[in-house]
Structures are given as C-alpha cells and as structure tokens.
Write a protein that binds this ligand. Structure first.
Ligand code: NDP
Length: 411
C-alpha cells in the first residue's frame, strides 16, 4: 500500500505533504500517490503548489467537510486510498474513523478525540473502536506526532535498549521560538488554549502499587529548566494525552509527568483572555446569535501556518527517565530532539512546531504503508517496535540524542 489521503491543510498537513513527497522521490514510491482534502480547498492548492515547486511531485486536492461521514466515505470510495492521515482537528477523529470503517481504509492521527463542548482529551472514545477495526481487518494508529508520538517512541526505545524497568518519566516540551506576534499559539489556537487551560493531571503510584491521577489547578506548578539550544525557561506541569496511553501500556512506571514551557508574555495575555471570558467554550449570545468565545478568539489570532517566516529559535522536546538499567544499576537518561525554526521553514515553508509534528506523521504513515508496523485494531505508538521509527527520525530531519544525567529532576 502507498496511496495516501491527508485530511486537513494546516501547518502540520503541509509539513507531512512535503515530507511524503520527498520520500516518493528518494524511497522509490513509498507514497506512490498523495491526495489532500480539507474544508478550505485553496489551502490544499497552496500546499500542492509548494510541493510541486520544491519536489516536482503532484498532489491531488479535494474539498471536504470531515464531519460529514457520508461525504468523506464517498470521497474515500472514489480515491480508494490505503491510508487516511487525519491532520485536521481532534473534533474530526471519530467521524473520520467511521468513514474509514465504511470505506475499508486504514486510519492514523496525531491528536486524540475531544468533544467540542467539553475540554477533555481522553483515549476511551477511540479505544472503543478497537473491535470494529479488528473485525474489519484494519489498523488505526493514534497519536503519531511529536507529543503524543515521538515521546512515546522515545520511552519505549529507552525501555527496550537501556532499562530493565522505568520508575519515573518526565516529558519536557520546550518551544524556544520567538516571532513578531504579541500573542500567538504554535499550533491550532483553539486546541492549544483548551489544552493549556485544562486542569493539570499527572500519574502517580502513591503506595507503590496502584496508580492514580493527581490533579493541580491549571498552570499552578512552575519550574525552571535549562534547555540545550534554548537556555533556561519556565515550564509548567500540564495534562497531556500520552500520559494516559503510557500508563496503560507501560504500567510499571510509578510517576509520569508532562511539562511545557511558556514565556511570561504568553502567560500574561492568556491570563487576561481567561479573566475576561474569551477562552470559554460554552455558547454566549452576541447580537442575537450564539457564538463560542474561544472559536471567535481563534478567528482573530494568527494561523500557525502563517508564523513560519517570522519564527526564530529552537524547540527542544524529550523525556527524562529514571529506572534500573540493563546493568542492574539505577540510572537517569535524557533523550531529546532539538529542531531549528528557520531550518524547518527553509525546508518546508513551516515553523518547527508544525515540522516536529508533520515529520512523525509522515513516519507513522511510512511504518504502516511499508508494513513494518501492522495489526488489526486500534493502537497507540507504544505498542509497536520503536527501532524503525527512531531510525527514520534520524534520517528525515529530527535527529535525537541520549545523555546520562547525574540523577532525576530534583522536584
Ligand atoms: P491548523 O489549524 O493549522 O489546521 C487544521 C486544518 O484542519 C485546517 O486546514 C482546517 O481547515 C482543517 N479542518 C478543520 N475542521 C475541518 C473539517 N470539519 N473538515 C475538513 N477540514 C477541517 O492546525 P495544525 O496544522 O497546527 O494541527 C493539526 C493537528 O495536529 C491538530 O489536530 C493538532 O491538535 C495536531 N497537533 C499534534 C501535535 C503532536 O505533537 N501530536 C502537535 C501540534 C498539533 P480550515 O483551514 O478551513 O480551518
């Protein structure tokens, strides 16, 4: 199989399309036909034009509302792709999974389902599809971005090659990029703000046996960390979806936390927007019409895909794991990738946050179309062999490094 349809035409889709086109040329038809379909077809055309110009590869464009299951099924039946790569928004996940089942197409995404009216991102809605995908002989791969995605692959790689047991895991996501905007989110503003304003949750086995969620108010736990390539940054404890899949598939881990960096300016703007009610996701009446304040806010904020040419600096995302090494001794390892915004822009016309998501999306698709990862049902990244994925990260723009630290984080 090697016929792909990408759904969505934002920054992440743009990077994935450029990287798939590169593989079409260099790895002899791994993605032999690429299509892209989204709500606004002009954005599909813009991506296709850029790919044609840079790589001389043709991408076919289609207009689709991915929430319309019947229309998407019809399109899939016409194009007959092997794999649908969902790079639209988390709200579309279940509708696209339904269309894949109806048309007999494998499925992949980078972010787990969220209902529009509740800011709750949990896997159970998608895990519930396991038996239907299994019975249909289809694969659904969930969360093949950077986080979730590469962070889970980093963890399973460390467990496979360096540890007999992992006791604690901290995932550190730093975007050290700066741009000309006073306030901009580095991926879809609505999804980003819902994530940041959610109650922070981490996983912990308090009694050493049974784990439980530990909740803290949003953005209330702040620590400074010195990130290589970026410098010292404040990072905040947050909930992130790979904690749920990691604690399920690697139940030995006693504590899993997720940290993300934010600058003081970002926090200042977000605090004001929250205080005045602009981040609400319940409807309010404006001039006789229902509007959702956060959706209105999204419409006035810069689109992530437009930030590419003004963003400078680096991202540094990785995992710090402490446990019992293969030599029987306790050790702490830090595995991470550093990605440069300007280099990402030169290569694909997009900044590093789109790049660090779009490259793993391409690699996840490569794992499935090449048959290196296979299975019937719904799967998370931790359930597959990390080695071929890690190899492709090194070869396709996201090289990683492992360093031994003196000990775990002291907080
Ligand atoms: P953008 O907002 O830039 O792009 C989203 C695209 O989806 C837009 O082209 C949008 O169309 C399209 N879309 C939205 N609704 C529909 C619909 N009903 N039917 C068809 N198309 C639709 O987002 P990003 O590119 O930044 O992010 C894409 C995805 O990647 C998101 O799910 C995000 O959560 C995820 N992500 C994952 C990360 C990870 O590391 N795992 C990190 C960053 C992002 P239109 O232009 O018309 O609005």
């Amino acid at each position: 199989m090697g016929k792909i349809i990408i759904i969505g035409a934002g920054g992440v889709a743009s990077v994935a399309a450029h990287k798939m086109a590169q593989l079409q040329i260099t790895e002899d038809g791994l993605f032999d036909k690429i299509s892209i379909a989204s709500r606004t077809i002009s954005k599909c055309h813009a991506i296709a034009e850029s790919v044609l110009e840079r790589h001389d590869v043709i991408i076919n464009c289609y207009q689709i509302d991915a929430d319309d299951v019947a229309a998407t099924t019809k399109l899939l039946n016409e194009i007959k792709p092997d794999l649908l790569v969902n790079l639209a928004l988390p709200y579309q996940d279940l509708h696209l999974m339904e269309a894949c089942l109806a048309a007999g197409v494998h499925y992949m995404d980078t972010a787990n389902y969220e209902p529009l009216d509740v800011a709750k991102f949990e896997y159970h809605w998608q895990w519930d599809y396991h038996d239907r995908f299994k019975d249909a002989g289809l694969t659904a791969l969930l969360g093949s971005g950077f986080d979730p995605g590469v962070t889970s692959i980093f963890t399973t790689y460390l467990r496979k090659h360096h540890f007999d047991r992992i006791d604690t895991l901290d995932i550190l996501d730093c975007n050290g990029g700066e741009n000309d905007e006073a306030f901009a989110t580095n991926f879809n503003p609505e999804i980003n703000i819902r994530e940041v304003t959610a109650v922070a949750r981490h996983w912990e086995k308090k009694d050493g046996e049974n784990g439980d969620w530990v909740e803290t108010p949003p953005m209330s736990v702040k620590k400074e960390f010195d990130f290589e390539g970026v410098g010292p940054k404040n990072m905040y404890l947050m909930y992130h979806e790979e904690i749920e899949s990691l604690k399920t598939h690697l139940p030995e881990i006693g504590r899993i936390r997720f940290w993300m960096t934010f600058g003081d300016e970002y926090i200042k703007h977000l605090t004001v927007l929250q205080n005045v009610g602009m981040t609400r996701i319940d409807p309010v009446i404006y001039e006789g019409k229902e509007i959702i304040p956060l959706q209105f806010l999204k419409s006035v904020l810069p689109e992530p895909a437009s930030l590419g040419n003004s963003t400078k600096g680096k991202t540094n995302i990785g995992c710090i794991a402490t446990g019992i090494g293969k030599d029987g001794k306790e050790k702490t390892l830090y595995i991470n990738n550093i990605c440069d915004h300007e280099e990402a822009y030169r290569e694909t016309g997009n900044q590093a946050v789109s790049y660090t998501t779009g490259v793993p999306a391409m690699i996840g698709a490569a794992m499935l179309v090449s048959g290196r990862w296979s299975g019937n049902g719904v799967f998370n990244m931790e359930q597959f062999d990390p080695d071929p994925f890690m190899d492709m990260l090194n070869r396709h723009g996201l090289p990683w490094q492992i360093k031994e630290l003196d000990g775990p984080l002291d907080f």
